[in-house]
Write a protein that binds this ligand. Sequence first.
Ligand code: NDP
Ligand code: GDP
Length: 347
Amino acid sequence: MSRLSRQKTALILGITGQDGSYLAELLLGKGYNVHGVVRRASMFNRSRIEHLRAGAGRNRLTLHYSDLTDHTSLRRIVQKVAPREVYHLAGQSHVGLSFEIPEVTSEENATATLALLEILRDLAQPVRFYHAASSELFGAPDRAPQDESTPVNPVNPYGCAKAFAAQMCRVYRQAYGLFAVNGIAYNHESPRRGENFVTRKISLGAARIAAGQQKEIVLGNLDAKRDWGWAPEFVEVMWRSLQAGTARDYIFATGRATAVRDFAAAAFAELGLRLKFSGKGRAEIARRTDTGAIVLRVDPKFYRPIESTTLVGDARLARRKLGWQPATVGTDVARQMVRADFSALKA
Ligand code: NDP
Ligand code: GDP
């Protein structure tokens, strides 16, 4: 492989996911040869990248079968592809579910990251590694907003696994000089978000209710707040972080937290439905003001055993070093998501 083509060769783990699919789009648009790892599934699992397989960059997109738990095949792929950039965006990404499947969460998010670091450590040629770390590292932080120096204090199995992986990236950076970046990303959403995350549950539910296809949405804690940004803007900064002169950790966040209740109200309002909330906590409901019908209800089964406290990030380092400033924030995200879901229902 020529030096020039290696410069523009990237491997994406998690290419079929929300972020991986947007990143693949971005890199193909920049002229990269993009290699993606996909795993075997009993049903089609490539809907988010299907358009890329038919698009202008299709000849520069190659998919490889592997799994985060199959370290031998991952090593073989990395050696064969010889990427200059590796984006590790794969794993069990659902915090709530990590309480149900903590061992899988740990194997995929912690152990597999270590295995990847070991594979890269053995490579002869230099490589740049992006690790999708998470605000869940902070869990119950002692300050808000959090920055790169905030102490780690995860409160769920997902956060614990990400904390281990992020620390291992730092160790490999310091011990072996590996160009390893931890992107400590706060929640970022899009119409490609998995349907069991609260934002997508709301946008899809509101769109279906407006289209007369569903009666109500059932949610958990409406008081929970998140720093919600826009996934396409986040993959842009992931790429920028690997073009920088130095590898380091960055916070990627909008700096504003929005409550689940306000996100839902904005999503419904975008479709012309105003909500009136009543009741408290686990008994809260919301009715449409025009018909009085209940369209949102709380069910305690969606509450978590422990909730991360207000996670809101200070991304000044990313702004200073990478020139990154997210534009789509909180309720803007709700409006864009619900519009996309509503249009898709009408199509
Ligand atoms: P998704 O859940 O949308 O995508 C996860 C990807 O990982 C999918 O491609 C999935 O494949 C793949 N994957 C899961 N398990 C395995 C496995 N055992 N072997 C191979 N591939 C696997 O996540 P996002 O795109 O939203 O997030 C990307 C990364 O960023 C994740 O690590 C997530 O934890 C982290 N993160 C995300 C945030 C967010 O708000 N989105 C915030 C902070 C961190 P398949 O399609 O087959 O399921
Ligand atoms: P997370 O921040 O990565 O856990 O993203 P989620 O979208 O799964 O959850 C964001 C917040 O929404 C958490 O504080 C949840 O407790 C809260 N939440 C409230 N209702 C729901 C729900 O029905 N599903 C999910 N997934 N989260 C909910």
